[in-house]
Design a binder for this molecule. Structure first.
Ligand code: 8YV
Length: 330
């Protein structure tokens, strides 16, 4: 009998049909967002699941789905999955690194530029019909070229953004990360390591590119925002919850910093109402990896992982490869 898998959100037809040549597939063509209870019910008797960042996989779900062997996420981040609980139960977890790095870096840079140059705010003004005249100080923002680019987090996406800033825009680049890059990678990125306090104080444009973890919760709150330049911008393409959104809205309202660009939110898709009220912000609905070719590459990689995991070969990008040894015997 062929293994049974669940595809928890709507994805490319080509990916569903590829999975269909290996597995009995239950998919979600209506793209309903299933509750934990419904997801658990649909996972009964399934050996594998293809998820996105919107499905929470925790110990309770795993205990209620004993047939599950592989959780394959179409995302690089995996904070929606309790990896320790999966590992403890011998469930393989995979993600989709690398294929989205450059696309996400492009978007991070674009969101930072839109924020610095007040693109959303000025477009809304124009659409409201308020543009009557040119004025010398109309929507003047901060320069990007030559300004200091700060990165909190320095993984693959951070390094790709650093290169754009250093090589393309002549920006001095500083970063802070849990661990300092080795000298070769640091030189390649054109970035200088600083303390978090120095990063906050010196950045003209600060981008957040660190993974979410309990330690990273509210890494940027009122106290951190107060350390930033009044002319600085903050861009978050990492995860909701890294920024205290209520504190950020207040800092924008009172001009503690100049502007912010957010692609991710605490409790998304709900957005803190105070963020919707401030003009000096660019808001996008978690689309940093959303180019057609990258989303296809992510879905294909998640499918490759699922096929490998359930057909006894090593998945290309396992998060907890240590469970592989035990999988074939389950
Ligand atoms: C995805 C992301 O759009 O890969 C990630 O971690 O945040 C985004 O690229 C999202 O998580 C879909 O699964």
């Amino acid at each position: 009998m062929r293994p049974k898998v669940l595809v928890a959100r709507r994805v490319f037809d080509s990916v569903i049909s590829r999975l269909g040549s290996h597995f009995e597939v239950e998919s979600n063509p209506a793209d309903a967002v299933w509750s934990p209870a419904e997801l658990t019910a649909r996972l009964q008797g399934k050996q594998g699941v293809f998820v996105t960042g919107s499905a929470r996989i925790d110990a309770a779900l795993l205990d209620a789905c004993p047939a599950l062997k592989a959780v394959c996420s179409m995302s690089v981040g995996y904070n929606h999955i309790d990896v320790a609980a999966c590992t403890a139960r011998g469930v393989l977890v995979t993600n989709t690194p690398d294929v989205l790095t450059e696309t996400t870096a492009d978007f991070g840079f674009a969101l930072m530029m839109a924020t610095a140059r007040r693109i959303s705010e000025s477009e809304h003004y124009l659409r409201r019909g308020e543009w009557k005249n040119w004025a010398y100080d109309q929507f003047t923002g901060g320069d990007v070229h030559g300004a200091t680019l700060g990165l909190l987090g320095m993984g693959r996406i951070g390094r790709a953004i650093a290169k754009r800033g250093a090589l393309g825009f002549g920006m001095p680049v500083i970063y802070h990360n849990r661990s300092r890059l080795d000298p070769a990678l640091e030189a390649e990125s054109g970035a200088r390591y600083v303390s978090k306090a120095e990063l906050l104080a010196q950045s003209d444009h600060l981008l957040l590119v660190l993974p979410y973890s309990p330690e990273a919760h509210h890494a940027i709150g009122a106290a951190e925002l107060a350390l930033m330049k009044r002319t600085a911008t903050l861009t978050n393409i990492a995860r909701g919850g890294i920024v205290d959104d209520a504190a950020l809205a207040e800092a924008l309202r009172t001009h503690v910093i100049a502007a912010a660009g957010l692609d991710v939110f605490e409790g998304e898709p709900t957005v803190h109402p105070a963020l919707l009220k401030v003009p000096n912000i660019v808001l996008t609905p978690h689309i940093a990896s959303a180019s057609v070719s990258t989303r296809l590459a992510m879905a294909d990689l998640a499918a490759d992982n699922l096929i490998a995991a359930l057909t006894g070969t090593a998945p290309p990008t396992a998060v907890n490869p240590q469970v592989l040894a035990g999988l074939s015997s389950r």
